[in-house]
Design a protein around this ligand. Sequence first.
Ligand SMILES: [Zn+2]
Length: 71
Amino acid sequence: MTETRKYIDCREFPSESNCSLKISGTENEVVTAAAMHAVAAHGHADSKALREELRSALKDEPQTLVMEKSV
Ligand SMILES: [Zn+2]
């Protein structure tokens, strides 16, 4: 039942603010959070096109990070 977590790294987007935010979670969580961030921090308009662009920029989070939380 391990769901692959995705991440999006704001440093990969060109911006004048040199934003370094990285968001990780499930695909829908990341797209939703990134869309809100793009609106709040980067002045984008929330739109279907914006979310599609964000979704296409998602990357798989390395599985090794999960081991940090194993008991
Ligand atoms: Zn940002």
